[in-house]
Ligand binder design. Sequence first.
Ligand SMILES: [Zn+2]
Length: 198
Amino acid sequence: MGSHYYSRRFPVSSENELFERFAEFKEDQIFEYGHGRYTGDLKHHGLKVIKEIFTDASKADDYICENTDKYGPAYAIKVGDFNKAYPQTAKEKATVEKFNEIQKVIKNFEKDLIDRVKTSKSAFRGCKKCESKIAVKFVSLIDCPVCHSHDFIYTETDKNKLKALMEKSKELQKTINEQKEKYKNVNAFWLVGGWSPS
Ligand SMILES: [Zn+2]
């Protein structure tokens, strides 16, 4: 079995956020390619942050390429000056934080609705459309397992809440894009790379 080198840029963030983004990136690839069909780049890798900071992306790539293998962790290297990159001011940081928070709520929205049903006091949940009574311990999806109605556990209030969250998220994204304008000459990012089995 061979291997190939793979690297990818992630936005300037704290190490914790980078670890979260890296985990999401691997998850997305698994989702996209499925298990067993294609391994997905860096799918099985942990992540190690290298303390040295690079100014040149191609040198950072060379460093990672030479120092990692398909059995060990992927490496993450800071390229450029993180101290000059967006977000800098308290206001900018608060905007990014709020945006990330909302993204998380949106991402977990359906899962949280299912959890809400599972932790409710009723043992059964009725479907308004087909009038089935479903034991909540068997509820694992948003849709009614009998008639597949999307309005099974998804209430109007939930729909409005999600809509408001999406609108807020769009608004914050617009603010972020505007705030980023004055940083467009700052070239800084995390470079994450390693060898994937292929
Ligand atoms: Zn139903």
